[in-house]
Design a protein around this ligand. Sequence first.
Ligand code: ITT
Length: 213
Amino acid sequence: MRQLLLATRNAHKTREFAEILGDEFHVSDLLEAQNIPEIKETGRTFAENAIAKAVDLSRAVVNLVVGEDSGLEVDALGGAPGIRSARYAGENATARDNIDKLLRALARTDPDRMRRSARFRCVLALACGGKLLGTFEGLIGGIIVDPPRGENGFGYDPLFAPDGFDKTFAELPAKVKNRISHRAQAIRALRARLPALPRGDQGLAGGGGGPGG
Ligand code: ITT
């Protein structure tokens, strides 16, 4: 089984990775790694943040590391919340706070609900031993619905109906979201690249070694 360490403390992301990658991979994250400091997201793009997360962590562990940065871009808001998606309504904002702020901002800029187009974007960075091995991007277009609907998923899922579906990501079954999502697309691109990695990097894949180990 291949080991992938995700440079994330977002358990929802980890669950989606595990479901998308299937039994061939063992996916772990930083939730129980108290000794690994939080990486500040200072980049100006998803890619810069994903690279910083992956390369930084890969210096401290033996695993193949994946950094992930993602978010929602709403056209009527000039692409906001974008890279600020997690902390849109403040440093300790809940998903509900972020959703409420987004709907208030949209009601101000687009009172007639004419411009509801949006997309989720995800960038993955793959790193090993402090070296960047590649970046992979996925995106999915859709519309913002108001009021929010559904209980599945996380973050902005109750607000977002992907193109071709009447239901939001939070109403659709996880297996549908995980087939079409921004994250699914980026993960499939990364998985396709894994067999081409230099032997040394692949050799780590079966070797275990969690965070700090
Ligand atoms: P890490 O930095 O530890 O990975 P984070 O949640 O802070 O966790 P990001 O900075 O990448 O991660 O922020 C991503 C935010 O974008 C996330 O918290 C959600 O608010 C939103 N988001 C990303 N993908 C999403 C998805 O599939 N469904 C709903 N919201 C999503």
